[in-house]
Design a protein around this ligand. Sequence first.
Ligand code: F0G
Length: 351
Amino acid sequence: MWRGVIHQYREFLPVTERTPVITLHEGNTPVIRADRLCDAPDTRIELFLKYEGVNPTGSFKDRGMTVAVSKALEEGATAVICASTGNTSASAAAYAARAGCRAIVVVPKGSVALGKLSQAIMHGAMLIQLEGNFDKALEIVKEASEKFPVALVNSINPFRIEGQKTAAFEVCDQLGGSPDFVFIPVGNAGNISAYWKGFREYREARQVSTLPRMIGWQAEGAAPLVLGRVVEHPETVASAIRIGNPASWRLALAAIEESQGEIGIVSDAEILNAYRQVAQLEGVYCEPASAAAVAGLIKYCRQGKIPHGARVVCILTGHGLKDPETALTLAPPLQAVEANLEAVVQAMGLG
Ligand code: F0G
């Protein structure tokens, strides 16, 4: 039985026998071969989608949360706090519920996808909506955690990064080696930093002999790392990465530089197109933020920037069901027909 990332990768994680392990058996997510998405006549790449949306709360955050909440509990915490664009709050709420401690989640008002909000509520978190964006929320919870006895479980908590690096181990274990390229969306920049740490540690432990290039993607209206400056009012359809002042700024740039990678921009139109393509060509439903990486991949492939035969992994960070509202905006208005064969045949375009 798969028992979660702490059990699986214990020797790489900061836990001891005294750490109470709070797990929902996260991890062990599939790498799915994808042959249609980047099908170009002259360049064949070996593309895999790492489908992190099938983690217990529907995003990669669970990997970091199992470690952060377990360590918080070990250190005697009775409450955890985070700022979030949605997924961190859903994950913190679930793991806190399992640990029997309180969760306080601070989110930007009106810009969290519905599925994520419903998770925080169902798991019994205290939900505080802020008249401000994610960056402001993070500033506030940081200060709150310094002044009050609540453990911060955002990715500036190093235990979060420790847990999230297990995704890199898994990719290597599943592929039987390191990929050549990793495409990944970047918001607060913790995840790209965690993957890079994971790949490096796996090579140091001689589990793999090479390292991938890390190719990060930001949305056009929320691209501080690409622009090299804070974005005061970040905007993008991909609400999960609507972030203007990423906490792991320096670590992310180091990951890109050390891996001889790159960080690029995709527009909202490219994100929505990729969101639909990966669902319709590969049968894999991810949320818009994840589709930013897919959009980047499609762009890269078109530009012929991936060598023939390269092994590429694209990280699909969250499940599409998190944000059904965005999906529905892409469909024509849904209409009903009369309940008889003729009406259905006509609707099929065959009448
Ligand atoms: N994809 C999804 C689905 C996310 O929820 C996030 C971040 C990212 C990508 C970007 O990862 O921040 O490590 O660079 N979500 C955070 C949250 C900010 O609050 O749920 P990152």
